[in-house]
Design a protein around this ligand. Structure first.
Ligand code: G16
Length: 558
């Protein structure tokens, strides 16, 4: 590294000293903490993003958001060249630089890393990073700090995309690196065009089943509600009402995380909405759940979570694939035996996993975090991944898409209007509609709406696909959440010693009982998930395991 570069780094780092006595770590989806602690971290992640851009010769993304967390928190997510999350190989470096105590130790870490990764500073195109932020009040100042980090690398450019949803930013990074236009209008254009195409391809004479009614969306008082309000004008054939568009406090009593965890209607929804098809986005619009308010039940809801969205998508894709393969000889001549697989986490309701396996699908389990699910889903020709909390998407392999495009072309010239040609058109349109960079509440919502129309299903019919086992999620505050270490896709706690045996004793008391604990990677808590055959049993299993967590690791309040 040249002297000029070194002094630029030292000089700018001196303006962003790290907070004293705080250790930050790259969690489930990047750094997250109280916003007042984050300036130095986002500045340093800005440097990392510029280095990543130099290393890959591609555009990188930085999103200032704390997603589902409370409004006073903030955070930073990094989008790699594919539009997916930052490669896990770079996470240790991000941890190290975030916690470097002073500019000189920061410079030393950077120098060593640049050498190890063989990052060249000359003779290549300059580093470029796209920046976005959600609606949090702390976002503007943090985005500026990130920009200063980026421009601490000589020649690097930070392009501010403004207030956007997290998936919009990831989509733009993916588009730019494929030589396509990366703007909000091109994003809206692609989604609305493929949505229209899928709507036009719905079978004729399908019964309506109440699905023509307005879809009512809870915008979590965040960026997603704002964007959907703008976008809905471009969507013909779908009537959307958006509530919680930013007048209330972000994520407080609203949003996908609240609705899914508490299983109650968000603010501004009540018994007057009973029976309506409703959806909820999270704070940065990368999660989506559906729900329907139950009549006379004190804001209780029928929850249609990420597992059900996954099941609906899997059903639809599987049907289109079988139409395409109808009449094809067993040797597979003239066909592509696409490997369709689904990816879930331990939070997936046991009934959903049974359902997907009964459909004959390959089901893979990974730890929590899109970075893990995405990686696994990419191993299939069509990989569908969803967390129960509503974060997920569909990935199509390049090889499959190549075959599909060629096959579609042939079908158009030989049998236009045939069932096969329409199935191929539908799959191609899905690959355009769904955000293949990352889970996206807006594109996911449009795909759900299209499939419900295609099936002629109401939200209630959809929810009947299978019956969820009653479940409960709790959070426990502990002294040090890193004391919990898990294995086997987070289904077993290997540390602290003895806690898993104690959990097993509790589980054994309940028929079909299942329970696990894990440290959150976005909040300072241990999460507890329990499932059993009745709600009372699930509640009681969760609360007895929460007590165990408190006894082993907590402040001794139980
Ligand atoms: C992030 C991740 C998700 C994860 C969630 C909760 O979501 O992207 O994959 O499920 O955090 O993680 P944890 O249980 O570790 O706190 P978001 O929407 O908050 O960015």
């Amino acid at each position: 590294m040249k002297e000029k570069q070194q002094s630029l780094l030292l000089e700018s780092a001196a303006r962003f000293p790290p907070p004293k006595g705080v250790k930050l770590s790259y969690g489930t989806a990047g750094f997250r903490a109280d916003a007042s602690l984050l300036e130095s971290t986002v500045f340093r992640v800005g440097i990392l993003a510029a280095l990543r851009s130099l290393k890959t010769g591609s555009v990188i993304g930085l999103m200032i958001t704390a997603s589902h967390n409370k409004v006073s928190d903030n955070g930073i997510k990094v989008a790699d060249p594919s539009g997916g999350m930052l490669t896990q190989d770079w996470e240790p470096f991000s941890d190290a630089i975030a916690n470097a105590p002073d500019p000189h130790s920061l410079l030393q870490l950077i120098t060593e890393f640049v050498k190890k990764e063989e990052i060249g500073f000359e003779g290549r195109q300059p580093a470029e990073v796209l920046l976005g932020r959600d609606t949090r009040p702390s976002g503007e100042a943090l985005l500026e700090a990130a920009k200063q980090g980026i421009t601490s690398i000589v020649g690097a450019i930070g392009t501010d995309m403004g207030v956007v949803t997290t998936p919009q930013l990831h989509w733009m990074v993916r588009a730019r690196n494929r030589g396509l236009e990366a703007s909000e209008s091109s994003y809206f254009h692609q989604l609305s065009t493929s949505f229209r195409c899928l709507m036009d391809l719905k079978p004729e004479g399908i019964s309506k089943n109440g699905n023509d009614a307005t879809l009512v969306v809870d915008g979590a008082d965040g960026v997603g509600g704002e964007k959907l309000e703008q976008f809905k004008k471009m969507l013909t054939g779908l009537c959307i009402e958006v509530r919680n568009r930013g007048d209330g406090i972000l994520n407080e009593g609203v949003g996908a995380d609240y609705v899914q965890k508490e299983k109650v209607a968000p603010r501004s929804f009540g018994t007057a909405d009973a029976g309506l098809r409703c959806a909820s986005l999270d704070g940065d619009a990368d999660r989506l759940v559906y729900f329907s308010v139950l009549p006379n039940e004190n804001n209780k809801i029928e929850l249609v979570d990420g597992d059900k969205i996954l099941s609906l998508f899997a059903l639809f894709i599987k049907e289109q694939l079988s139409i395409l393969n109808e009449g094809v000889d067993k040797k597979g001549n003239d066909s592509y035996q696409a490997r369709l697989g689904v990816v879930q986490t331990a939070y997936a309701n046991g009934a959903s996993t049974d359902y997907l396996k009964e459909m004959g699908l390959e089901v893979v389990l990974t730890p929590t975090g899109v970075k893990y699910l995405h990686e696994k889903a990419a191993e299939f020709d069509i990989g569908i991944y969803f967390e129960a909390n509503g974060h997920g998407t569909i990935l199509f392999s390049e090889a499959f898409l190549c075959w599909l495009e060629a096959s579609h072309k042939t079908l158009l010239s030989t049998s236009e209007g045939s069932a096969k040609q329409k199935a191929a058109s539908r799959l191609l349109a899905v690959s355009q509609l769904i955000n293949q960079a990352v889970g996206d509440a807006l594109s996911g919502l449009l795909l759900v709406e299209v499939i419900l129309k295609y099936m002629g299903w109401s939200i209630h019919r959809w929810n009947e696909l299978y019956h969820d086992l009653p479940s409960r999620q709790l959070k426990v505050k502990v002294v040090d959440r890193t004391a919990v270490v898990t294995a086997n896709a987070e289904t077993v706690a290997v540390q602290p010693i003895g806690i898993q045996e104690a959990i097993n004793v509790e589980i054994a008391k309940y028929p079909r009982g299942r329970c696990f604990i894990r440290p959150s990677g976005t909040e300072d808590v241990i999460r507890v998930y329990a499932e059993a055959t009745s709600q009372d049993a699930a509640d009681s299993l969760a609360s007895s395991v929460a007590k165990l967590v408190d006894q082993y690791l907590g402040f001794g309040s139980s």
